[in-house]
Design a protein around this ligand. Structure first.
Ligand SMILES: Nc1nc2c(ncn2[C@@H]2O[C@H](COP(=O)(O)OP(=O)(O)OP(=O)(O)O)[C@@H](O)[C@H]2O)c(=O)[nH]1
Ligand SMILES: [Mg+2]
Length: 222
């Protein structure tokens, strides 16, 4: 049996820009199972989503800081290439952090919205933190993890833009960082290395997402 993300099944449901809208959505979707992506602005969240869920799912930015809302999609899994009987799942593209040019008000809005998001979302939503393979663990990434620490959540770390690491030395440097990150961020369960551009490393990420979804469904059955 082989489950896959059903190509082109992701449908945009809504964009959430304030805490009230978020509370409403959470209230009407208490049992939601899915996956959410968060990372520094311009790290390639939307590109990774498109590579995994089908082109044109999320909007890819020419200028950083484009995704300001929580964008919610629904998607399905296929089983051996056919429609599966499983329910649909949520896919969430979260607004990027660390964009230097945001105003104080916008930063405050991000803090409030993300605080409400992580504070009330069930562990059935997998969290994937994207970081830039060439510029990992930046100040804003560290700040994000300090923020995340307040919410008991597991996350996986996905290094994107691996195609930009041209030399063995650059790759070795990223590898060297792994133990430090595992130590600093105890809530990180796994690290993946990928490129939205070349699609390298994405099958492993897809497998991890599917494993999470199926595990959550099994848990619900007991
Ligand atoms: N070389 C390379 N470029 C990438 C990769 N992934 C994304 N990009 C580029 O990085 C830029 C930002 O990509 P987005 O997917 O819009 O990034 P984002 O994290 O969604 O950005 P915001 O929504 O603005 O926070 C675009 O120009 C992409 O083409 C990758 O794996 N390799
Ligand atoms: Mg985006």
């Amino acid at each position: 049996m082989s489950y896959k993300i059903k190509p082109h099944s992701a449908q945009f449901k809504m964009g959430i820009s304030n805490v009230n809208q978020l509370a409403q959505w959470l209230e009407s979707n208490p049992e939601i199972i899915g996956v959410s992506f968060v990372g520094r602005s311009n790290v390639g969240k939307s590109s990774i989503i498109n590579a995994l869920f089908g082109p044109k799912t999320a909007r890819v930015s020419k200028t950083p800081g484009r995704t300001r809302e929580i964008n919610i999609f629904e998607f399905e899994l296929s089983l051996n290439g056919k429609k599966s009987e499983l329910p649909s799942f949520a896919l969430i593209d979260l607004p990027g952090y660390g964009f230097a040019e945001v105003s104080k008000d916008m930063q405050k809005n991000w803090d409030q919205l993300m605080g409400a998001f992580f504070g009330s979302l069930s562990p059935s939503m997998m969290l994937i933190n994207l970081q830039d393979a060439r510029h990992p663990d930046q100040e804003s990434d560290r700040q994000f993890h300090q923020f995340l620490k307040n919410y008991t959540r597991n996350a996986i770390l996905l290094f994107n833009k691996m195609d930009k690491l041209k030399t063995q030395k650059e790759r070795a440097e990223l590898d060297k960082l792994k133990p430090k990150l595992s130590k600093d961020y105890k809530w990180i369960r796994q690290m993946y290395f990928a490129s939205a551009e070349t699609k390298k490393g994405l099958p492993q990420v897809e497998d991890a997402i599917i494993a999470h979804l199926l595990e959550e469904l099994e848990i619900r059955k007991v």
